[in-house]
Ligand binder design. Structure first.
Ligand code: IPE
Ligand code: IPE
Ligand code: MG
Length: 239
Protein backbone atom coordinates (compact mmCIF):
# COMPACT_ATOMS: atom_id res chain seq x y z
CA UNK A 1 0.00 0.00 0.00
CA UNK A 2 1.28 3.41 -0.85
CA UNK A 3 1.73 5.98 1.88
CA UNK A 4 -1.02 8.64 1.51
CA UNK A 5 1.33 11.35 2.72
CA UNK A 6 3.98 10.68 0.08
CA UNK A 7 1.43 10.65 -2.77
CA UNK A 8 -0.38 13.75 -1.57
CA UNK A 9 0.04 17.23 -3.03
CA UNK A 10 3.27 19.01 -2.11
CA UNK A 11 1.87 22.45 -2.89
CA UNK A 12 -1.80 23.33 -2.38
CA UNK A 13 -3.23 26.71 -3.38
CA UNK A 14 -6.59 27.86 -2.03
CA UNK A 15 -9.00 30.47 -3.35
CA UNK A 16 -10.70 31.27 -0.04
CA UNK A 17 -14.11 32.33 -1.34
CA UNK A 18 -17.55 32.71 0.22
CA UNK A 19 -16.95 34.93 3.26
CA UNK A 20 -19.52 37.49 2.11
CA UNK A 21 -22.28 34.93 1.49
CA UNK A 22 -21.52 33.24 4.82
CA UNK A 23 -22.12 36.56 6.60
CA UNK A 24 -25.21 37.42 4.54
CA UNK A 25 -26.75 34.05 5.41
CA UNK A 26 -26.43 35.11 9.04
CA UNK A 27 -27.81 38.59 8.47
CA UNK A 28 -24.44 40.13 9.30
CA UNK A 29 -22.18 42.58 7.41
CA UNK A 30 -19.66 41.12 4.94
CA UNK A 31 -16.74 41.98 7.22
CA UNK A 32 -18.12 39.60 9.82
CA UNK A 33 -17.55 36.86 7.24
CA UNK A 34 -14.03 38.06 6.47
CA UNK A 35 -13.16 37.94 10.17
CA UNK A 36 -14.55 34.41 10.46
CA UNK A 37 -12.63 33.45 7.32
CA UNK A 38 -9.35 34.76 8.71
CA UNK A 39 -9.84 32.62 11.81
CA UNK A 40 -9.97 29.45 9.65
CA UNK A 41 -6.48 29.93 8.26
CA UNK A 42 -4.42 28.79 11.24
CA UNK A 43 -6.07 25.38 11.51
CA UNK A 44 -5.46 24.62 7.85
CA UNK A 45 -1.85 25.85 7.99
CA UNK A 46 -1.10 23.78 11.08
CA UNK A 47 -2.59 20.65 9.53
CA UNK A 48 -0.24 20.81 6.53
CA UNK A 49 2.56 18.64 7.99
CA UNK A 50 -0.01 15.92 8.87
CA UNK A 51 -1.11 15.64 5.25
CA UNK A 52 2.35 16.05 3.73
CA UNK A 53 1.73 19.54 2.32
CA UNK A 54 4.95 21.57 2.33
CA UNK A 55 3.65 24.66 0.51
CA UNK A 56 0.30 26.36 1.06
CA UNK A 57 -0.64 29.43 -0.95
CA UNK A 58 -3.80 31.35 -0.07
CA UNK A 59 -5.62 34.03 -2.04
CA UNK A 60 -6.47 36.82 0.40
CA UNK A 61 -7.10 39.85 -1.86
CA UNK A 62 -7.08 40.14 -5.62
CA UNK A 63 -6.10 43.07 -7.83
CA UNK A 64 -9.80 43.17 -8.77
CA UNK A 65 -11.06 43.32 -5.17
CA UNK A 66 -10.42 47.10 -5.11
CA UNK A 67 -13.74 47.30 -6.98
CA UNK A 68 -15.60 46.60 -3.73
CA UNK A 69 -17.02 49.34 -1.54
CA UNK A 70 -14.60 51.57 0.30
CA UNK A 71 -15.97 50.22 3.59
CA UNK A 72 -15.22 46.61 2.64
CA UNK A 73 -11.76 47.37 1.21
CA UNK A 74 -10.76 49.44 4.26
CA UNK A 75 -12.15 46.74 6.56
CA UNK A 76 -10.15 44.06 4.76
CA UNK A 77 -6.94 46.10 4.91
CA UNK A 78 -7.41 46.67 8.62
CA UNK A 79 -8.13 42.94 9.06
CA UNK A 80 -4.87 42.06 7.26
CA UNK A 81 -2.93 44.37 9.58
CA UNK A 82 -4.62 42.86 12.61
CA UNK A 83 -4.18 39.32 11.35
CA UNK A 84 -0.43 39.74 10.83
CA UNK A 85 0.09 41.42 14.22
CA UNK A 86 -1.94 38.81 16.07
CA UNK A 87 -0.80 35.68 14.26
CA UNK A 88 2.92 36.41 13.80
CA UNK A 89 3.99 34.73 17.02
CA UNK A 90 1.92 31.57 16.56
CA UNK A 91 2.98 31.19 12.93
CA UNK A 92 6.63 31.58 13.87
CA UNK A 93 6.39 29.19 16.80
CA UNK A 94 4.83 26.55 14.59
CA UNK A 95 7.75 26.89 12.17
CA UNK A 96 5.79 28.53 9.36
CA UNK A 97 7.75 30.51 6.82
CA UNK A 98 5.52 33.28 5.52
CA UNK A 99 5.89 34.96 2.14
CA UNK A 100 3.67 37.46 0.38
CA UNK A 101 3.03 37.67 -3.35
CA UNK A 102 1.25 40.45 -5.23
CA UNK A 103 1.95 44.10 -5.88
CA UNK A 104 2.81 45.97 -2.69
CA UNK A 105 2.85 49.38 -4.34
CA UNK A 106 -0.86 50.03 -3.78
CA UNK A 107 -0.88 48.78 -0.18
CA UNK A 108 -0.49 51.19 2.73
CA UNK A 109 2.97 51.61 4.20
CA UNK A 110 2.01 50.27 7.63
CA UNK A 111 0.70 47.03 6.16
CA UNK A 112 3.78 46.63 3.94
CA UNK A 113 6.03 47.06 6.98
CA UNK A 114 4.10 44.35 8.85
CA UNK A 115 4.42 42.05 5.81
CA UNK A 116 8.17 42.68 5.52
CA UNK A 117 8.65 42.11 9.25
CA UNK A 118 6.74 38.82 9.20
CA UNK A 119 8.75 37.59 6.23
CA UNK A 120 11.97 38.46 8.07
CA UNK A 121 10.82 36.97 11.38
CA UNK A 122 9.97 33.63 9.79
CA UNK A 123 12.68 33.42 7.12
CA UNK A 124 14.51 30.46 8.70
CA UNK A 125 11.39 28.34 9.30
CA UNK A 126 10.77 25.20 7.27
CA UNK A 127 7.74 23.32 8.72
CA UNK A 128 5.25 24.92 6.30
CA UNK A 129 5.83 27.45 3.52
CA UNK A 130 2.80 29.73 3.66
CA UNK A 131 2.39 32.21 0.83
CA UNK A 132 -0.28 34.87 1.15
CA UNK A 133 -1.46 36.45 -2.10
CA UNK A 134 -2.36 40.04 -1.24
CA UNK A 135 -3.19 42.49 -4.01
CA UNK A 136 -2.33 39.63 -6.31
CA UNK A 137 -3.56 39.01 -9.85
CA UNK A 138 -1.89 36.75 -12.38
CA UNK A 139 -2.18 39.19 -15.26
CA UNK A 140 -0.73 41.97 -13.14
CA UNK A 141 2.07 39.63 -12.03
CA UNK A 142 2.89 38.69 -15.63
CA UNK A 143 2.86 42.36 -16.66
CA UNK A 144 5.21 43.30 -13.80
CA UNK A 145 7.45 40.32 -14.61
CA UNK A 146 7.59 41.25 -18.27
CA UNK A 147 8.55 44.80 -17.41
CA UNK A 148 11.50 43.58 -15.35
CA UNK A 149 12.47 41.07 -18.01
CA UNK A 150 12.39 43.79 -20.68
CA UNK A 151 14.61 45.98 -18.49
CA UNK A 152 17.13 43.14 -18.18
CA UNK A 153 17.14 42.72 -21.95
CA UNK A 154 17.54 46.47 -22.48
CA UNK A 155 20.43 46.54 -19.99
CA UNK A 156 22.13 43.68 -21.79
CA UNK A 157 21.74 41.27 -18.85
CA UNK A 158 19.43 38.88 -20.69
CA UNK A 159 19.62 37.58 -24.26
CA UNK A 160 16.10 37.45 -25.83
CA UNK A 161 17.04 33.97 -27.13
CA UNK A 162 17.30 32.84 -23.50
CA UNK A 163 13.67 33.73 -22.70
CA UNK A 164 11.96 30.36 -22.28
CA UNK A 165 9.79 28.32 -19.90
CA UNK A 166 12.63 28.10 -17.38
CA UNK A 167 13.80 31.71 -17.36
CA UNK A 168 10.43 33.50 -17.56
CA UNK A 169 9.02 32.16 -14.25
CA UNK A 170 12.11 33.48 -12.47
CA UNK A 171 10.55 36.92 -12.94
CA UNK A 172 7.22 35.94 -11.38
CA UNK A 173 6.40 36.68 -7.71
CA UNK A 174 6.41 32.91 -7.12
CA UNK A 175 9.99 32.42 -8.38
CA UNK A 176 11.09 30.46 -5.31
CA UNK A 177 7.98 28.25 -5.09
CA UNK A 178 7.21 24.94 -6.82
CA UNK A 179 4.07 24.96 -9.00
CA UNK A 180 0.82 24.11 -7.18
CA UNK A 181 -0.23 20.47 -7.47
CA UNK A 182 -3.76 21.07 -6.24
CA UNK A 183 -5.90 24.23 -6.36
CA UNK A 184 -8.98 24.32 -4.15
CA UNK A 185 -11.75 26.88 -4.52
CA UNK A 186 -14.46 27.08 -1.91
CA UNK A 187 -18.01 28.50 -2.25
CA UNK A 188 -19.22 26.65 -5.35
CA UNK A 189 -17.76 28.96 -8.00
CA UNK A 190 -15.88 27.08 -10.71
CA UNK A 191 -13.51 29.80 -11.87
CA UNK A 192 -9.92 30.84 -11.32
CA UNK A 193 -10.42 34.61 -10.89
CA UNK A 194 -6.90 35.50 -12.04
CA UNK A 195 -5.05 33.26 -9.56
CA UNK A 196 -1.71 31.61 -10.42
CA UNK A 197 -2.51 31.17 -14.12
CA UNK A 198 1.00 30.31 -15.30
CA UNK A 199 1.86 28.28 -12.22
CA UNK A 200 -1.30 26.13 -12.24
CA UNK A 201 -1.15 25.13 -15.91
CA UNK A 202 -1.02 21.46 -14.86
CA UNK A 203 -2.56 21.63 -11.40
CA UNK A 204 -5.50 19.50 -10.36
CA UNK A 205 -8.59 21.49 -9.35
CA UNK A 206 -11.21 20.97 -6.66
CA UNK A 207 -14.25 23.24 -6.63
CA UNK A 208 -16.19 22.61 -3.45
CA UNK A 209 -19.45 24.07 -2.14
CA UNK A 210 -18.27 24.78 1.41
CA UNK A 211 -18.04 28.50 2.16
CA UNK A 212 -14.54 29.42 3.36
CA UNK A 213 -15.51 30.21 7.01
CA UNK A 214 -16.88 26.63 7.26
CA UNK A 215 -13.77 24.96 5.80
CA UNK A 216 -12.03 22.57 8.21
CA UNK A 217 -8.79 20.63 8.43
CA UNK A 218 -10.83 17.43 7.98
CA UNK A 219 -12.14 18.60 4.61
CA UNK A 220 -8.63 19.72 3.68
CA UNK A 221 -7.25 16.28 4.57
CA UNK A 222 -9.98 14.59 2.49
CA UNK A 223 -9.17 16.71 -0.57
CA UNK A 224 -5.45 16.01 -0.19
CA UNK A 225 -6.15 12.28 0.14
CA UNK A 226 -8.35 12.12 -2.96
CA UNK A 227 -5.66 13.99 -4.90
CA UNK A 228 -3.41 10.96 -4.28
CA UNK A 229 -5.73 8.84 -6.42
CA UNK A 230 -5.53 11.10 -9.46
CA UNK A 231 -3.62 10.26 -12.60
CA UNK A 232 -1.54 13.27 -13.66
CA UNK A 233 -0.23 12.71 -17.18
CA UNK A 234 1.27 16.12 -18.08
CA UNK A 235 0.36 15.58 -21.71
CA UNK A 236 1.90 12.12 -21.92
CA UNK A 237 0.25 8.71 -21.94
CA UNK A 238 0.06 6.21 -19.13
CA UNK A 239 2.85 3.65 -19.33
C1 IPE B 1 -13.53 35.88 -0.36
O1 IPE B 1 -14.86 35.99 0.03
C2 IPE B 1 -12.65 36.91 0.30
C3 IPE B 1 -12.20 37.99 -0.61
C4 IPE B 1 -12.39 38.02 -1.90
C5 IPE B 1 -11.45 39.09 -0.01
P1 IPE B 1 -15.88 36.96 -0.73
O2 IPE B 1 -15.87 38.28 -0.06
O3 IPE B 1 -15.59 37.00 -2.19
O4 IPE B 1 -17.25 36.22 -0.46
P2 IPE B 1 -18.48 36.09 -1.45
O5 IPE B 1 -17.96 35.49 -2.73
O6 IPE B 1 -19.01 37.46 -1.67
O7 IPE B 1 -19.43 35.20 -0.74
C1 IPE C 1 -11.28 35.59 -5.59
O1 IPE C 1 -12.58 35.71 -5.08
C2 IPE C 1 -10.32 36.40 -4.77
C3 IPE C 1 -10.09 35.93 -3.41
C4 IPE C 1 -10.57 34.85 -2.87
C5 IPE C 1 -9.22 36.77 -2.63
P1 IPE C 1 -13.61 36.79 -5.67
O2 IPE C 1 -14.85 36.61 -4.89
O3 IPE C 1 -13.00 38.13 -5.69
O4 IPE C 1 -13.79 36.30 -7.18
P2 IPE C 1 -14.99 36.56 -8.19
O5 IPE C 1 -15.23 38.03 -8.21
O6 IPE C 1 -16.16 35.81 -7.66
O7 IPE C 1 -14.49 36.01 -9.49
MG1 MG D 1 -16.25 35.90 -3.73
Amino acid sequence: MSDPVSTGPRHVAIIMDGNGRWATQRGRPRLFGHRAGARRVREVVESCPDVGVEYLTIFAFSTENWRRTQVEVAGLMSLFRMYISREARALDQFGVRVRFIGDRVRLDAKLVTLMDDLEKLTCNNTAVHLTIALNYGSRDEVARATKRLARDVAAGNLDPDDVNEETLPKYLDTCVLPDPDLVIRTSGEARISNFLLWQSAYAEYEFIDTLWPDFTKEEFAQLCASYGGRDRRFGGVKT
